[in-house]
Design a protein around this ligand. Structure first.
Ligand code: MEV
Length: 438
């Protein structure tokens, strides 16, 4: 049976599911039922979600939870998180509580500049192009007058357009490197619309430029697109406390804990294999809030990892120091997020998430997200240098294992109680389940 199909997007949702079941899911006897189970009974709500994307068949659930007790700049926040990994919300909540007693998190937005580029080919030299660019720059800016009028009213808009010579990297390659302030919007649509207008205007003006040769007049626009690398859209979040206020156990004094923590972060700064995992843990917290607040987690991920490699070597996004017996732990990360536009006013749960956060503006949301990343990293490094990561992780994963083995509510209760005092391993959970069932 052919697995190719034409006109698929025009089929009804049910017909799409039937096609899928016939071609791919015939071995799963309840496939159609399962897909239909996730349809929402509220047709309007379902249609809203269907229209977010193309070829939508059903909904895909992710848990939406909250991590309370985050004190950020002396204000208390409850942070919504959308994530499937079992230990993330618990770790965030624990870190929030820990730092709440030690002055909470302090944050600062360092910069908010966004970037977009028009990439083009010009069959002439930089000097001639530069003279032309300087002459027409006011016309380029004027070309987006109506596009940016409402953004300007909100305090944003184009910051500057710069001509860059990239011919050493790629033959005849130049770019218009444009910077923007997009205030409370992530700004992707705004920036891309401006860039496409610049490209069009630039091409037409070049074609009519008398000082250009025929070849020079034929500017080829390769592409116009925002950059998700935003090294000038940076937020800093930090925690600090006297070393003596850090966890103090028989195995590890507070001083030894601080030193081990700093050393663990130092390893992530210097060793890329560790840095990637270290930053992955940070992104557990960051993505969860980014998704819950309707922002683009792929853009955030791409930008964060590029920033982590800005020195030429991939490194940690967090840093830790001990100075004058004060332990300091901080993150600096690019976060281009919005609290208006995109999904923020469309997705009903996103709207609630923003309300839970007190309807933050984009800068405040940057601060909250950075805190979630720092807290998550604190939780991970804390576990890694003390008990190891598996203890907490497996405890949270226990229910997943029980669900995989269709444990009943009574079985779950008994086994969760048993593992309050015993180490969770996959085989031990199965063993306990078998004991109960026999
Ligand atoms: C797991 O999702 C994240 C960690 O591996 C992060 C880390 O190692 O720092 C625990």
């Amino acid at each position: 049976m052919s697995q190719k199909v034409s006109g698929f997007s025009k089929l009804t949702k049910e017909a799409k599911i039937d096609w899928l079941v016939t071609h791919f899911l015939h071995q799963s006897k309840d496939a159609k039922k399962t897909l239909l189970t996730y349809w929402n009974n509220d047709n309007d709500l379902q249609q809203l979600h269907d229209e977010f994307s193309e070829n939508t068949l059903t909904n895909f659930y992710l848990p939406f939870g909250i991590a309370p007790n985050f004190t950020i700049n002396n204000k208390v926040y409850t942070i919504p998180m959308t994530i499937e990994e079992s230990s993330v919300v618990a770790a965030a909540s624990k870190a929030a509580k820990f730092w709440d007693k030690r002055g909470g998190f302090k944050t600062k937005v360092i910069s908010t500049e966004k970037i977009g580029q028009v990439h083009f080919s010009f069959l002439g030299g930089f000097e001639k192009l530069s003279t032309f660019f300087n002459k027409i720059k006011p016309q380029l800016i004027d070309s987006i007058k109506s596009i940016q009028s409402s953004m300007k009213k909100r305090g944003g808009g184009l910051i500057d357009i710069e001509l860059r010579d990239k011919t050493l990297e790629v033959n005849n390659y130049y770019q218009l490197h444009c910077t923007f302030e997009t205030v409370d919007a992530m700004g992707a649509n705004f920036i891309n619309t401006c860039l496409e207008e610049f490209a069009q205007t630039f091409k037409v003006l070049a074609f009519n430029e008398e000082s250009f040769t025929e070849a020079e007049k034929e500017v080829e626009i390769i592409m116009s697109i925002l950059s998700n690398y935003v090294p000038n859209c940076i937020v800093r979040a930090e925690v600090s406390c006297p070393v003596a206020d850090l966890p103090n156990t028989k195995q590890l004094s507070a001083k030894a804990y601080a030193e081990k923590f700093v050393r663990a972060v130092r390893i992530a700064e210097k060793e890329p294999y560790r840095a990637v995992t270290h930053n992955k843990g940070i992104m557990n917290g960051i993505d969860a809030v980014v998704i819950a607040t309707g922002n683009d987690f792929r853009a955030i991920e791409a930008g964060a990892h590029a920033y982590a490699a800005k020195s030429g070597q991939y490194s940690s996004l967090t840093h830790a120091t001990i100075e004058n017996d004060i332990f300091n732990f901080y993150i600096e990360i690019p976060l281009a997020v919005g609290t208006i536009g995109g999904l923020t006013s469309l997705h009903p749960v996103v709207k609630l998430a923003l309300e839970i956060l007190g309807k933050p503006n984009a800068k405040e949301l940057m601060e909250i997200i950075a805190v979630a990343g720092l807290a998550q990293n604190f939780g991970a490094v804390n576990s890694l240098i003390t008990t190891g990561i598996q203890k907490g992780h497996m405890k949270m994963h226990l229910l997943n294992i029980l669900n995989q083995h269709q444990a009943t509510e009574n079985e779950k209760k008994a086994i969760v109680t048993y593992f309050e005092k015993n180490t969770v391993t996959h085989s031990e959970v199965i063993h306990q389940l078998e004991l109960l069932r026999n």
